[in-house]
Design a protein around this ligand. Structure first.
Ligand code: SF4
Ligand code: SF4
Length: 183
């Protein structure tokens, strides 16, 4: 078993109040990223160890336990990878980290420079924050960056970010950079 060094409780506290805009960005799109799509494919992956922040009895969640190789996770990921679907709005202070960070994603350059970029994964909806490049709050960006600096200390999470970054480079994606740091 891989030791979990990440203090998820601390990261949840750190991100409890941050929002991309000064107002609820769900007003721009009807909170489309929280609604099921036609294929019911929308959901959120938990990071390894993040499941400890949940009881498993949340009435707003459906849980799916996935094999890492089914979803192209790096070889150091182990079963189960937790995939959550929301069947009603979440209590905001319980939402997973990947919801708190959206629409930002981490990208690691080969020299280990960490960038924050707009999420480049194909999405079944259109996010006005990404499409219209609406300026995001600075405290949101710096808090998300601080969280990723901590999360990247976990080997499975780092492997995932490295894999996604190399994939982006292979696909010649030129993401918009919103934050940059070397460490
Ligand atoms: S993150 Fe984007 S898609 Fe989700 S609620 Fe905000 S504006 Fe809408
Ligand atoms: S956990 Fe909350 S913020 Fe995340 S997708 Fe579900 S309803 Fe939306």
């Amino acid at each position: 078993m891989v030791k979990n060094k990440i203090n998820f409780k601390e990261l949840y506290q750190k991100t409890s109040l941050i929002t991309p805009l000064t107002y609820d960005c769900g007003r721009l799109c009807g909170s489309i990223c929280c609604l099921p799509d036609q294929k019911n494919s929308l959901g959120i992956y938990l990071l390894p160890g993040e499941e400890t922040m949940f009881t498993g009895n949340e009435d707003w969640l459906q849980w799916e336990l996935r094999k890492p190789e089914e979803d192209d996770f790096p070889p150091n990921w182990v079963y189960p990878v937790f995939f959550l679907r929301c069947i009603k709005p979440c209590p905001r202070d319980r939402r997973p980290l990947n919801c708190r960070f959206f629409p930002l994603a981490p990208h690691l350059l080969p020299d280990n420079t960490l960038l924050l970029i707009y999420e480049t994964l194909p999405l079944p909806y259109s996010c006005p924050l990404i499409n219209n490049k609406i300026p995001l709050r600075k405290d949101f960006i710096t808090t998300v960056a601080a969280c990723w600096q901590e999360l990247l200390k976990e080997p499975r999470i780092r492997a995932l970010v490295e894999t996604d970054s190399r994939d982006r480079e292979r696909d010649c994606l030129q993401p918009t950079v919103l934050w940059l740091n070397q460490f």
